[in-house]
Design a protein around this ligand. Structure first.
Ligand code: FES
Length: 110
């Protein structure tokens, strides 16, 4: 089995419900698009992934190691008073093996 077809299992938490997700690397452009596809949330991802609106914030399980934040993500989070390293912009997170077995909580929009 190639890495590209490897299944990625993780959980989303939305409004107190745990939603099991199975995807594969690059099935969606980013985590925000996956979330909008699996569970549509009104006003989530308003800037369509530009990293500017801060409406796609998620909290990742603290034992998950995600790629470092790019400059755009860091500055948008800081502008919105978010400094906690486990809070991320889902539009800046690619669909990859770093998501495996993670638990990601969808937060209320900013
Ligand atoms: S969709 Fe706007 S910051 Fe992520």
């Amino acid at each position: 089995m190639s890495k590209e077809s490897e299944a990625i299992h993780f959980s989303l938490i939305h409004e107190g419900k745990v939603i099991p997700i199975v995807t594969k690397p690059y099935e969606f452009k980013n985590l925000m698009e996956l979330i909008q596809n699996k569970i549509f949330i009104d006003e989530f991802g308003e800037c369509l992934g530009m990293g500017r609106c801060c409406t796609c914030v998620v909290e990742v399980s603290s034992d998950t190691v995600f790629p470092d934040k790019e400059r755009n993500e860091e500055s948008t989070l800081l502008k919105n008073g978010i400094e906690n390293p486990i809070m991320r912009l889902s539009c800046q997170i690619e669909i990859g093996t770093h998501l495996k077995n993670s638990v990601i909580s969808i937060l209320n929009q900013m």
